[in-house]
Design a protein around this ligand. Sequence first.
Ligand code: DC
Length: 230
Amino acid sequence: MHKNIVVAVDGPAGSGKSSVSKEVAKRAGLQYIDSGALYRAITLYVLTNCGEDFTQDDVSRLLNDIRLKQFFNDDGSCTTYCNGVDVSEKIRNETVATHIGKISDIVVVREYVNSLMRNWAKDHSIIVDGRDIGTVVFPDADIKIYLDATVEERALRRAKEYAQKGKNIDVNELKVQIARRDQQDINRPYGALRIAQDAIYIDTSAMTQQEVIDYMYSLVCDRIHSNYRT
Ligand code: DC
């Protein structure tokens, strides 16, 4: 018997956390948890039930009615359910993005999401990506990784993603948005983006996605093997 492991992956928007974490999960046989999707699902639920003029009390009340589930599928995708409804696509819309900051700043919301993830971790080996996973949610994680890349590189990656969907977005505009988002993530009162002291810092700016996956996979394998030895 070996104990379940927790891999915490933090980093700024556009650093590639979710794409590489899913691939590492698939290869290493871990469950992947997308913490951002949980905050997004709560935001969608609040907007659906209260519209855009919600209060903190509305959010606290609605938390009692929300049942969130997340599944990591064999094809490497991640599906998020809210009260039995698959919201994986809907949570990526602009209205959710506009309001998520206000909702993910509420302490009871953060506690709710954190305890959900800690419960899931009891039954599985997991890799979780977010902003405060290694610092707040799983301070004793077996492996902590902080993925980073320059603002320029992250803007270029986003522009490529948009281009693949047929959208032509100005890279300079993306740079401004990413830099603004970084400041919000770093300066928020709860769940702020920080590098855990014991995190492995990976600057992915000059790395291919495959190189990042291979490196993270090797870290996970080393850890799993050392668990078998002890
Ligand atoms: O990773 P993402 O872009 O899907 O995250 C959506 C939002 O959720 C982002 O604005 C920050 C917030 N978030 C958070 O506060 N804490 C996390 N652990 C993950 C995401």
